[in-house]
Design a protein around this ligand. Structure first.
Ligand code: ATR
Length: 280
């Protein structure tokens, strides 16, 4: 039975992950069996068990299962524990080991591909769901100055802040406070607003020309936030396509023990990025 890998989530139909993992495998001369498992929250545990019984060796986990994935792990990496969310599962002799490659992928994309220095930045994180949880610890480790978490439902921002455990550097504020927070050196859109029909209103006072604006989505889902950022004068605006490729490479390394070269895969996807649907 050959080892199987897959992305599990709902919806996953437009996912680029099978294509990315197949490209990594070709590059390294490996036949990678990576598929998609479309399942809603109620079927998650049963689907993971069935996958394991059928030769499943590793899973990427996306919406809405990142917290449920954490709950079924026998062991967790340090970074997954700090995130509170798991996006990569690795099958071991004693069960599933959970990790989270989102933060490493995010920081690698910004600092290595785009050569940006994150140190000493005052950072605004919009959102406190799975995507925000994934990147928050890695941002702190990258040497930012302060992290301001603002979420539509304030209790989720407080829960993330409590888990991060750095009260001097991490602050939460209400959405209505946004006009009073001054300007930021970096603003990250980790909400799913761009993937829904709902709109997200942001005051122009948050940004200036030196603000780095990053949307964790890509394609059409990133357009509204990045347009807002440009309209406030931000000179550097980035979407989440690079992060997508980097977090996949980090998962690939965990499963197969080899790190692929992400540049050609990123370049190929970037060439067609405008029409892409944002999904892992
Ligand atoms: P993901 O894995 O993409 O983070 P998620 O865990 O469902 O998905 O989280 C979605 C995030 O987008 C949440 O922070 C959500 O805010 P709530 O916690 O208040 O629901 C945020 N979000 C979604 N639509 C939004 C909107 N129109 N305005 C502001 N925040 C929004």
């Amino acid at each position: 039975m050959s080892e199987r890998y897959a992305l599990i989530g709902h919806p996953v139909a437009h996912s680029l992950s099978p294509r990315i993992h197949a490209a990594f495998g070709r590059q390294l001369g490996m036949a990678v069996n990576y598929g998609l498992i479309e399942i809603d929250a109620s079927g998650f545990r049963a689907a993971v068990s069935a996958f394991a019984a059928d030769g499943g060796a590793g899973l990427n986990v996306t919406l809405p299962h990142k917290e449920a994935a954490r709950a079924l792990c026998t062991t967790l990496s340090e970074r997954a524990r700090r995130c509170g969310a798991v996006n990569t599962l690795i099958r071991g002799a004693k069960g599933w080991h959970g990790d989270n490659t989102d933060g490493a992928g995010f920081v690698h994309d910004l600092t290595e591909r785009h050569r940006l220095d994150l140190r000493a930045r005052k950072v605004l994180l919009l959102g406190a769901g799975g995507a925000a949880q994934g990147v928050a610890p890695a941002l702190l480790d990258a040497g930012i100055d302060t992290l301001w978490i603002v979420n539509r439902s304030p209790e989720r921002a407080d829960a993330l802040s409590d888990r991060l455990g750095e009260p001097g550097r991490v602050h939460t504020r209400y959405w209505d406070d946004l006009p009073n927070l001054g300007v930021f050196d970096m603003i990250i859109n980790a909400t799913s607003a761009g993937r829904s029909t709902s709109t997200m209103l942001l005051p122009s006072t948050l940004a200036f020309e030196r603000t780095l604006a990053v949307d964790l989505s890509y394609g059409e889902a990133a357009i509204a936030f990045l347009s807002w950022a440009k309209s406030t004068g931000c000179e550097i605006t980035l979407d989440g396509l690079g992060m997508l490729v980097e977090q996949a490479a980090e998962a690939f390394r965990l499963w197969h023990g080899q790190m692929p070269d992400t540049d050609p895969v990123y370049a190929e996807l970037r060439a067609e990025a405008v029409g892409l649907h944002s999904a892992e």
